[in-house]
Design a protein around this ligand. Structure first.
Ligand code: SF4
Ligand code: SF4
Length: 180
């Protein structure tokens, strides 16, 4: 699906200044924030797993019931400017975090590329990387699914502009077994 790039409001407005439409459009659709996180009881450190929230469409990388998400998943965090500042586990690639840090969006963000599929083509979304949804695994198995990739960008995705080799759509990463 393609859409025309819009004006660069994310460079001129703070998160607080964005209207609801701009706020919603800022989400890149990566789905990384919808992966289950585990917290160390001693250090309180938070680590990502490759397990998706029970409402995650792991192919579309979207929430399957976004309007009612908090009724179904009470610990789903509603992003606001305040929560974006407070959450230290948002992926470094998250558009809300980038804007809060005064940084530009990457080439693969749909507001830059004009194409909602570039987040998948660049290998940034969780498509093909979700091992299971949370309801499909016993809790004691979650520890075996700790991963670091949600806190990193794939090669080429961190470039300021789209790499020449990525002019044609890149192949989505292979499904590793099995998150918004
Ligand atoms: S990590 Fe940020 S940009 Fe990606 S889906 Fe979550 S809220 Fe949207
Ligand atoms: S937005 Fe939906 S899929 Fe993502 S964590 Fe919340 S309830 Fe789960």
């Amino acid at each position: 699906m393609s859409s025309e790039p819009t004006e660069t409001f994310w460079l001129s407005k703070s998160l607080e200044q964005m209207d609801p439409s701009e706020w919603e459009s800022l989400c890149d659709g990566c789905g990384r924030c919808c992966l289950v996180k585990l917290q160390d009881e001693d250090t309180e450190a938070i680590a990502y797993t490759d397990i998706g929230c029970k409402l995650l469409d792991d192919d579309g990388c979207r929430c399957r019931d976004y309007p009612n998400r908090q009724a179904q998943v009470p610990d789903c965090v509603r992003l606001t400017p305040a929560t974006v500042r407070a959450l230290d586990w948002l992926p470094p690639s998250c558009a809300y975090r980038l804007v809060e840090e005064g940084r530009d969006l990457y080439w693969w963000h749909h507001l830059v590329s004009g194409d909602r599929d570039t987040v998948h083509h660049a290998g940034v979304s969780v498509r093909g990387k979700v091992a299971a949804l949370e309801d499909d695994l016993p809790l004691e198995d979650f520890i075996e699914h700790l991963v670091r990739w949600p806190l990193r960008l794939p090669r080429g995705a961190a470039a300021k502009t789209r790499p020449a080799r990525a002019a044609a759509p890149l192949k989505a990463p292979a499904r590793s077994g099995r998150p918004d």
